[in-house]
Design a protein around this ligand. Structure first.
Ligand code: GTP
Ligand code: SPV
Ligand code: MN
Length: 635
């Protein structure tokens, strides 16, 4: 470990406004000396770590090697400090429960900023801050913010190490919770560190919880079970490929490899370099004849990506394997097709609703080596959440650590409580997860939570129409972000909170990708598992039965089944395989019903939505809106 307790002053090093520096005492780090790994072969990295240490003034620096011993040391340390609870090792070996602060339970979209040079580049759907002013605010907040803490330096690879689609990053954090989660979510340690050589491109990601253990006067400040700060900033600098996140320890706010890098910075990289970074699951579906189909699907947060990625098909003879449950990076390959990898190495999945019925694969995945956050604790030291069992245990400690009984009238687990677990523990993991070049994509699916209007499945007429389907996704908001749960909001491509640049430019980039792929482009579909009847019940059984929809998509891809033209896209008619499924004919009809009046209202809302993008709005999507209106006028 590198001890820098004496470096109690701000850095003069490049990049920080000099006006903030009181008395500079820059720190010099040298590879192989004082706990800096000999593997470090990038001067910029050394300088950055030194600058951050001089600014944040931690008690020590720890470079993570990603080893088992390191995991054990960190988890033991947290358990001793009371910031992590070890679960019963007989029931859930090497697994832990973390309880967050009640004010730090989800992504904070109103505190998330895209700091591109111009506001137009961030676009109307992102919060924008001028980069220099934002850095000044951040430097003030980060100054001294790690006093008394260990500053961890975590090198990581997104995607299989050394793969052509993979990317490298380094997260600095003062949160051991973030470190143990990162070790599950990405490939961390000395191997990725070795790959960051002098000229290698890498993303710097600085994270601080904002709760120093020593105050400005040098007095000790008590530790908290979940250190965080009321002031939160989740900021992105797409031009310099930097992330600065302050004040939150939770999920996407703190595991910077995930939404901040793989989606927000990733999407900006994709725009510049000709690829796509998407909020998509990746799965491999195999027919009874052994033909493999690779499908990506974009659904908004907590709308069923993990479920579909781990689905157990109910259609006889079909199997499904998991490649990713949240993020896909897609690139045209040398064969002209679109190839995808899952850049993550683990799942950060929603716990509530996960049960032997809805997702047995997820339950098998988390039998050991799992970090749970904000679920309930059973009396025998295991975990519980709403939906896990039909009946709740008689006594629990809820996600805040309070006694709980079924009569409490509160939720035992937070609705955005999560499990973090390595993909390698997933019994349905496809071996292709390791394939550096990824898998060739056959179909792209868009979906959301829509109680009305949107049919169970529809096929886009062509790529441009598919981009329109993606651009017009709306979904009922879930607990994955702070905000009014249940309210219908636009969430284009399920990327509203994750697009690192102007959403209209992002649509243009997708249209351009379609032109580049030409007749090798995957087909595009829209699905909706959440349509409700007038009585408020879900019309479609969902979960494993969703395989019926994927099977129809697979047959369409191979030209083995016809489809019927409908206003919002091509639909199966009587082409869905419903053998053995008891869904009343009226329900099925309702799932595909197109109500002209409510669709015309939807078109008006789309027009209004598109208007905010002004000149950046691609004409192709305005044309698609006209075509939709035209098709509706004929029914
Ligand atoms: P993020 O990790 O937040 O990006 O979300 P995700 O899309 O991976 O969410 P996840 O799969 O964990 O979604 C969980 C929620 O969707 C739970 O409330 C599930 O019960 C519900 N869900 C998933 N699939 C279905 C389905 O086919 N039908 C219905 N009705 N609900 C579903
Ligand atoms: C989401 O909200 O879409 C997630 C969880 O996948 S988080 O990583 O917290 O963003
Ligand atoms: Mn997500």
């Amino acid at each position: 470990m590198t001890h820098v307790a004496s470096a109690r002053t701000e850095s003069t090093a490049a990049g920080y406004p000099l006006s903030l520096v009181q008395s500079a005492e820059p720190l010099t780090l040298v590879a192989g000396v004082d706990g800096v790994p000999a593997e470090v072969d990038n001067d910029e990295l050394l300088a950055w770590v030194a600058e951050v240490a001089a600014m944040t003034q931690p008690a020590q620096i720890h470079w993570c090697d990603g080893s088992e011993e390191e995991w054990t040391a960190i988890t033991d340390g947290m358990v001793d400090a009371g910031t992590l609870i070890r679960l019963n090792p007989e029931l859930r070996p090497n697994s832990f429960l973390a309880r967050s602060d009640a004010a730090d339970v989800a992504r904070v979209e109103d505190r998330t900023f895209i700091c591109s040079k111009t506001e137009a580049d961030a676009g109307p759907t992102n919060n924008w801050r001028e980069p220099t002013a934002m850095k000044k605010t951040l430097v003030e907040l980060f100054t001294g913010s790690m006093r008394g803490r260990t500053m961890y330096v975590v090198p990581f690879s997104m995607g299989p190490l050394g793969g052509p689609i993979s990317q490298l990053g380094v997260q600095i954090t003062d949160s051991p919770y973030a470190v143990i989660n990162l070790r599950i979510m990405a490939k961390i340690g000395l191997e990725p560190l070795r790959q960051i050589q002098q000229d290698t491109e890498w993303v710097s990601a600085l994270h601080g919880v904002g709760h120093p253990l020593v105050d400005d006067e040098g007095n000790a400040v008590p530790e908290l079970t979940w250190p965080s700060n009321e002031t939160k900033y989740i900021t992105h600098f797409p031009e310099s490929r930097e992330i600065w996140s302050y004040g939150s320890g939770y999920g996407g706010n703190a595991l910077l490899s995930k939404k901040c890098f793989a989606l927000r910075i990733g999407s900006a990289m994709g725009r510049d370099e000709g690829w796509l970074a998407e909020h998509m699951l990746v799965l491999k579906l195999t027919s009874p004849a052994g033909r493999n189909y690779h499908i990506v699907a974009a659904f908004p947060s907590a709308c069923g990506k993990t479920n579909l990625a781990m689905m157990a098909p109910t259609v006889p003879g079909w199997t499904s394997q998991t490649i990713g449950d949240d993020i896909a990076w897609l690139r045209p390959g040398s064969d002209g097709r679109l190839w995808a990898i899952n850049p993550e190495a683990g799942f950060f999945g929603v716990a509530p609703g996960t049960s032997p019925k809805t997702n047995p694969v997820a339950l098998a995945t988390m039998e050991a080596n799992t970090v749970f956050t904000n679920v309930a604790l059973t009396d025998d030291g295991d975990v519980w959440w709403e939906g896990l069992t039909p009946e709740a245990p008689q006594h629990l400690l809820d996600w805040e650590g309070n006694d709980w009984t079924p009569d409490s009238g509160t939720l035992a687990a937070h609705p955005n409580s999560r499990f973090t677990v390595p993909i390698e523990q997933c019994p349905t993991m496809a071996p292709e997860w390791y394939a550096p070049e990824g898998v060739p994509i056959d179909a792209i699916v868009f979906g959301g939570r829509r109680a009305s209007n949107v049919p169970l499945v529809a096929e886009a007429y062509d790529w441009q129409h598919g981009v329109f389907l993606g651009a017009t996704v709306a979904s009922e908001q879930t607990a994955a972000a702070e905000g009014p749960v249940g309210e219908l909001r636009r969430d284009p491509f399920a990327m509203l909170p994750f697009c690192g640049y102007n959403m209209a430019d992002y649509w243009s980039h997708w249209l351009e990708m379609g032109r580049r792929l030409g007749d090798k482009a995957p087909r595009i579909y829209q699905v909706n598992w959440f349509r409700k009847g007038t009585d408020g019940r879900y019309l479609w059984p969902g979960f494993g039965e969703n395989s019926r929809v994927l099977e129809w998509i697979a047959r369409r891809v191979d030209g083995l089944t016809d489809a019927v033209d409908a206003p919002t896209g091509r639909v199966p008619g009587d082409g869905l395989n419903l053998d053995g499924l008891e869904v009343p004919a009226e329900d099925l009809a309702e799932m595909f019903m197109v109500d002209r009046e409510s669709w015309e209202i939807e078109c008006d809302l789309t027009e209004e939505y598109f208007e905010q993008f002004g000149d950046a709005m691609p004409d192709e999507l305005l044309d698609e809106l006209k075509s939709l209106r035209n098709r509706l006028s004929k029914i």
